[in-house]
Design a protein. Sequence first.
Length: 326
Amino acid sequence: MANLKLPRRRFMHLALGAAALPVSRTARAQAYPTRPVRIIVGFAAGGPADIFARLLAQWLSDRLGQQFLIEHRPGAGSNIGTEAVVRAAPDGYTLLLASPANTVNATLYDKLNFNFIRDVAPVAGIVRLPNVMVLHPSVPARSVPEFIAYAKTNPGKLNFAAAPGTSIHLSGELFKMMAGVDLVHVSYRGAGPALTDLLSGQVQLMFNSVASSVEHIRANKLRALAVTAAIRSELLPDTPTVADFLPGYEVSNWYGIGAPRNVPSEIVEKLNTEINLALNDTKMKAQLLDFGATLIPGPAASFGKLVNEETEKWAKVVKFAGLKPE
């Protein structure tokens, strides 16, 4: 029989090397981050994605001692920014602000250079929040039933603004489908530019986030008709839900953090822990709740489950409505 014994010195070298591997990975995760981290946002500055990304980035920067920098990569319903993350090194230094657009695009686009569920590792959820159906004051409707009646007498004459594939877009498409009205979708690169045109009267309607609409509503620059969630928003307690008039209607926006697949699990766990600490921080929590948000803390797997469920939900709506990217 062949002698399978290794020389003692060689055996010790291999054993020590194997033992050092997990220690080294753990040490790297503990030291992370050692240089600035990019959080890529797939929409233009000024919208809700920008707001929540910046709040989290500032908290993480202060907490971890390295800058978490926001980088906007708008276009193609967030696909440009998402692909940049997918192609980045899986080292934890390039992160993605994930949103409903990522789950919608899986069906909306026939050919993508990535598969979101496969290629983006879930890290942590941040918030969920409703959109609000807001009109330019020039539209003579003060309730959802009045708006539906007005839209039916003016088919194809009312525009609603949204970046394609976003929850803002799908809120409008689901409303069109359930209310049986003919509204024209006007495409924008992000919620910020769309809101600017709504305020100026270039478009008449938007299903915008409560976060970026509430001050304009309070200033009477926009008229709120209904929120899109199943329950009323604490920021707009007197505003009904769309479901009060169209039973079964429900859309919630959400944001979370993803990373390129194969990012070390230790880094995912560290980021998840830090983000959950942020959501439990008194000051941070107050800032998020001021926007009417519902916090969604939890392990990375919980955020992954949300992504899977939303992907399945919106696949049905996209196919039913026959939506195509613009």
